[in-house]
Structure formats: structure tokens, C-alpha cells
Design a protein around this ligand. Structure first.
Ligand code: SF4
Length: 184
């Protein structure tokens, strides 16, 4: 059982990260939510790179999200593409300027230098337990999903019945459902 100090550390890290993103976003006339939307879209898979999914990830209404996405599009950071099989579906992707902007605006992984892989797994378990306890939406990395069947080539999605590449296995999916977490 972790101590209350663990909660304090998570709170401090979150506050520092929020403050850093607020600072960098302001330099480019953006709000932190724009930066997190770019971050999400740089990591989401093709089932999750649409305006509704970004809004659900950020907890924003459709109208609110669409205003934020329009700003990013006007800045040339985002491009809209239409699905090849279903023309009603939209896919959002970062343009080369969007990728460069994200590199300037969001701290790199080395920002938490010193954190171990065990810490990452522990935080993942804690997050999934809290989401499950509160009935929230999971939004996790594909390879941690209960439908992910690991294979040498990357994996197979048992929910959508499709093969997954190694890249997709590391992406965020809105259909993600956490595996059962057993407290240690
Ligand atoms: S295995 Fe889960 S996370 Fe991965 S594509 Fe399928 S539903 Fe999404």
C-alpha cells in the first residue's frame, strides 16, 4: 500500500507539468488544452484521432473542442483527412509544423528523468484502478488493453478483429479497456 506521500508527489509532478505547459503554450498564444490536444493526436490510433475522441479525452463538449481544433488548424498544426472506407469519418493528424510545435510546447520524456519503468507500471495500475472505481473512460495504450493479443508482428485486436502493427500497439485508443488490476 503506497503512503500518502505518493499522492503528494503525483500532485507536485502534475502541478509542475501543468505549469510548464501553461508557460510554453502562452509563448505561442495558445492554451494548455491546445497543447494536450496536439500531444493526444500525436499518440492516438486511427480509431481515436477524430474530434469527438479528442473532446472525450480532454473532457470537453463538441462545440468547445471544435473551437480549439479550429485554432490549431488555422495555425497550420493540424490537418483533416477523410477515411478511405467511410467518408463521414474524419482523421486529424499533426502536420510537420504541428510536430515541431509539439516538440517546443510539451516537455520530452527526459523531463521525468530518473523515473523507472516500474514507476510507469505502478502509475498505469493506479490510473486504471481509479478509472474503474469511478466508471470513467479508460483511453489507454493499446498493448495494455484487455483485447490486445500480443504477437511477434505487433498484436491482434480481439475486439475489432484486426491485426495491429508494432506502432499501433503503442498508441492511445478510445476503445481501450483495462485488464483487471490485482492489487499487490
Ligand atoms: S486492442 Fe484494445 S486498445 Fe488496441 S485497438 Fe483493440 S480495442 Fe483498441
Amino acid at each position: 500500500m503506497p503512503s500518502a506521500y505518493a499522492l503528494h508527489l503525483i500532485e507536485r509532478l502534475s502541478a509542475l507539468l501543468r505549469s510548464e505547459v501553461r508557460r510554453t503554450a502562452a509563448l505561442e498564444g495558445l492554451e494548455p488544452v491546445h497543447v494536450v490536444a496536439l500531444w493526444y493526436l500525436s499518440r492516438s490510433n486511427s480509431f481515436s484521432d477524430n474530434p469527438l475522441a479528442v473532446g472525450a479525452f480532454l473532457g470537453l463538449t463538441k462545440g468547445n473542442m471544435s473551437q480549439r481544433l479550429n485554432v490549431l488548424e488555422a495555425k497550420g498544426f493540424l490537418a483533416k483527412g477523410v477515411d478511405k472506407e467511410d467518408r463521414r469519418r474524419v482523421h486529424l493528424s499533426l502536420t510537420p509544423s504541428g510536430k515541431a510545435a509539439l516538440g517546443r510546447l510539451y516537455p520530452p520524456a527526459s523531463w521525468i528523468n530518473g523515473a523507472s519503468p516500474e514507476l510507469e507500471q505502478g502509475l498505469e495500475n493506479a490510473l486504471q484502478s481509479i478509472i474503474a472505481a469511478h466508471g470513467g473512460k479508460s483511453f489507454g495504450i493499446c498493448r495494455t488493453c484487455r483485447f490486445h493479443d500480443s504477437r511477434a508482428s505487433g498484436g491482434f485486436c480481439q475486439l475489432l478483429q484486426i491485426p495491429l502493427s508494432a506502432k499501433q500497439a503503442g498508441q492511445i485508443c478510445q476503445e481501450h479497456q483495462a485488464r483487471e488490476v490485482h492489487p499487490s
